[in-house]
Design a protein. Sequence first.
Length: 261
Amino acid sequence: MRALEPIRLLILGGTSEAARLADAASQRFGATLEVTSSLAGTTRDPASIAGTVRVGGFGGVSGLAAWLRRDNTHMVVDATHPFAVRISGNAREACVLEKVPRLVFSRAPWRPKPNDKWRNVSDLDTAAALLPDVAKRAFLSVGSVRLGAFAGLPGVHLVVRMIGPPPTPVPLANCSVILGRGPFDVEAERALLRRERIDAVVSRNSGGPATYAKIRAARELDLPVVMIAPPAQDTGQSVRSIEGALRWIGNQVALQTPTAP
């Protein structure tokens, strides 16, 4: 009986949208749907998430494919960060191998508004090469994985924000680290930029409302923003709203639910 074997949804998460989707799907579909959220494990104290939470990598495409098969997963929603290229690519290939339906829940990237002073670049290395020409004290909001791209910049002090204390020393000689978890409001971001005497912001164009306040604060303070474009990805079927993702999940639930004889 299906009631004894719930339909299984894997959400590849780590974003605020993924957590909200897990909560909304659990509420809407109840015991019909078993929700598992997968986190990379880079955050020491993740926020509470509805359903089951697993932490850590899968071991590449083959590892994820094996996990989908072993767990009898019926569908996957990729709600990872727009810059999480590796896990998204692995998910695409693993779902093809196992014939598991996959949806990408993607954020719309930010668009410049009047009075924004963006310097658009394609990647971290280009952003780092440009930074000495535009800043003496830069606010760095690019995640923690590739901070080394900004090592050794002449004459630039970097203020780095992280969700939690870094597990290993930050690979930057001339920097200070501040801790904070979004969403952030504009007033607090404006105060932070003033307090730290920031003269440029470096940000990935990750979209969404959770971290946009720093972009608005930079605009209000007439500061340049070195904006790193999101990587191009073959997303396949995608939505940009919780409700859109819930409709897709509902369709998959209907397809997986056997009809009475």
